[in-house]
Design a protein around this ligand. Structure first.
Ligand code: CA2
Length: 156
């Protein structure tokens, strides 16, 4: 029997991540968000996964995309930017999605200000990757592929 077509992974990026590559390279690296999108697409292709890569500065838009993902995506990789530390709305949406969630941060949030040490997103995440720059997105895709593989074997 032929395999069912896998839904894509939603990679969702929060506020100010569209500014990557313009300032603060010592914290966030030199890659632009478009560079990261290309890296993620190439890694996903090598893993046999599709990707829907998005960014918004609006909390409501991010919540809407996560709500939609419940039916349109196989998993969610999320760098919620500063909403990581503030947004119960995004946490609620991620929990309601009932999908595997991997949280990514470019910087090591635990080496930074105290207010960045707490993440609401982590309460919905299977795993968290931080401090590895753009590479974190590739590692998150590898982790997601492993989670989905385990899930599909459970169903076989
Ligand atoms: O390390 C990360 O990926 C963060 O999610 C990035 C957020 C920050 O609020 C989180 O605590 C950690 C900020 C992204 C802002 O990115 C900029 C990049 C260049 C210039 C200005 C902002």
């Amino acid at each position: 029997m032929s395999q069912p077509v896998q839904k894509p992974i939603l990679i969702v990026n929060g506020p100010n991540l569209n500014m990557l590559g313009t300032r603060e390279p010592s914290v966030y690296g030199r890659d632009t968000l478009d560079d990261i999108r290309k890296l993620a697409l190439a890694k996903a292709k090598s893993l046999g996964l599709g990707v829907d890569f998005r960014q918004s500065n609006s909390e409501g838009e991010l919540v809407g995309w996560v709500q939609d993902a419940r039916t349109t995506a196989a998993g969610i990789i999320v760098n919620a930017g500063a909403y990581t530390h503030t947004s119960i709305a995004l946490l609620d949406a991620l929990q309601a999605a009932e999908l595997p969630v991997i949280e990514v941060h470019l910087s090591n949030i635990f080496r930074r200000e105290d207010f960045r040490h707490h993440s609401y997103v982590s309460l919905a995440a299977t795993g968290v990757i931080c401090g590895l720059g753009a590479k974190g997105y590739e590692l998150a895709l590898e982790g997601m592929a492993a989670i989905l593989e385990t899930k599909s074997r459970g169903r076989a």
